[in-house]
Design a protein around this ligand. Structure first.
Ligand SMILES: NC(=O)C1=CN([C@@H]2O[C@H](COP(=O)(O)OP(=O)(O)OC[C@H]3O[C@@H](n4cnc5c(N)ncnc54)[C@H](O)[C@@H]3O)[C@@H](O)[C@H]2O)C=CC1
Ligand SMILES: O=C(O)C(=O)Cc1ccc(O)cc1
Length: 316
């Protein structure tokens, strides 16, 4: 068992869990649920034969199938771990197999659109509790997952109005047992917050790496050769899955456009400060942002970077 995972439960939280989509997130949930004894039986469902075969090889689920209806049969908890753009189609296709009274959840990076897509397809006696584990990497697929991915990270639940309290509590307990800190908010608020903290930063990374690549013909590969840490960090983010991120932008359109509008205004102000030599404006902003980063590190939400011996010199 990985070192940082908590103790496994003596009795599973759910008899049978079905995970739909066994990529980075689905396979990480499967691994964590297995290690922590959160489910009596874990069923893996994926539309890709290749992924199903790999899940069997990796032994991260008890059963694996491409058949959605058979896969969700008798499951007490079904979690959609597919790109947000296909959640509605998956919900519609799995509906005939859903057990009355079961809980359906998801892990999508966008919430209002997923609720709008999924809810109309669920029978009245099925409880929908949408979730978003705010943890991930730029990698995809069943080999990329690991059991500690969600440890000490946030998981946001966005239950629609009138959602069953017991079902919300069971999903909260599930993510807490996985090691996440759980918070509940409205889907609209989630989408606005995540637009600025996650979606727009990814768009900026895709954009800057794209622009630099276009410049490369002009600079004859100096862009990559002399890329310092900052640019390299952007290339990591810009290596994230194209399908997943296309869907996120198309399904959180209003919030992303709202945040991009604000960002454009602020960038125009920065350009103006540079043009007119207003150093104090630049200095004030950079001082504020440095304090934010240091606050994140001291609150324990981020591991500090290696100091390469700098601290010893500082002390001298
Ligand atoms: N990658 C990340 O860092 C994070 C992703 N998320 C969310 O998790 C979800 C999954 O993302 P990843 O695991 O990274 O993706 P992934 O690309 O690693 O895995 C997605 C899996 O879904 C399967 N799939 C696609 N369409 C399907 C369908 N119609 N029916 C059945 N299976 C289907 C694919 O074959 C693939 O195995 C997305 O909604 C994403 O927004 C949430 C937090 C972090
Ligand atoms: O790799 C990174 O830096 C991420 O930001 C991962 C990530 C991607 C999408 C999410 O909805 C949550 C986390």
């Amino acid at each position: 068992m990985p070192e940082r995972l908590g103790p496994s439960l003596s009795k599973p939280l759910f008899e049978r869990i079905a995970l739909i989509g066994l990529g980075l997130i689905g396979s990480s949930i499967a691994r964590a649920a297995r290690h922590l004894n959160l489910a009596g039986t874990i069923v893996a469902v994926d539309r890709s034969e290749e992924v199903v075969a790999r899940v069997r090889e990796l032994r991260i689920a008890d059963e694996a199938t491409t058949d959605l209806v058979a896969g969700v049969k008798d499951a007490d908890l079904v979690i959609l771990c597919v790109p947000v753009g296909v959640c509605g189609a998956v919900a519609e296709a799995m509906r005939p197999g859903l057990k009355p009274g079961c809980i359906v959840s998801d892990v999508g990076s966008v919430k209002a659109s997923v609720i709008a897509q999924v809810q109309p397809h669920l029978p009245q006696d099925v409880h929908f509790v949408p979730a978003h584990p705010v943890a991930g990497t730029e990698h995809s697929g069943p080999d990329a997952g690991f059991a500690t991915l969600f440890h000490n990270r946030w998981c946001i639940l966005t239950p629609p109005d009138g959602a069953d309290e017991q079902a919300i509590e069971r999903v909260r307990v599930f993510w807490s047992a996985i090691g996440s800190n759980v918070e509940i908010m409205s889907a609209q608020h989630h989408d606005l917050v995540l637009a600025i903290t996650s979606h727009v930063p990814h768009l900026i990374a895709y954009n800057i790496v794209g622009t630099a690549a276009d410049l490369e013909t002009v600079t004859q590969s100096e862009v990559i050769k002399f890329s310092a840490g900052g640019f390299r960090d952007f290339t990591r983010i810009a290596a994230s899955d194209p399908t997943m991120w296309r869907d996120i932008f198309l399904h959180n359109k209003e919030a992303v456009l709202e945040m991009l509008g604000r960002l454009n205004e602020d960038i125009a102000l920065l350009a103006r400060a540079i043009r007119w030599g207003e150093g104090d404006k630049l200095f004030d902003l950079f001082t504020r942002t440095r304090a934010i980063r240091r606050g994140i590190i001291s609150s324990g939400q981020e591991t500090p970077e290696p100091d390469f011996g700098r601290r010893r010199e500082d002390k001298a």
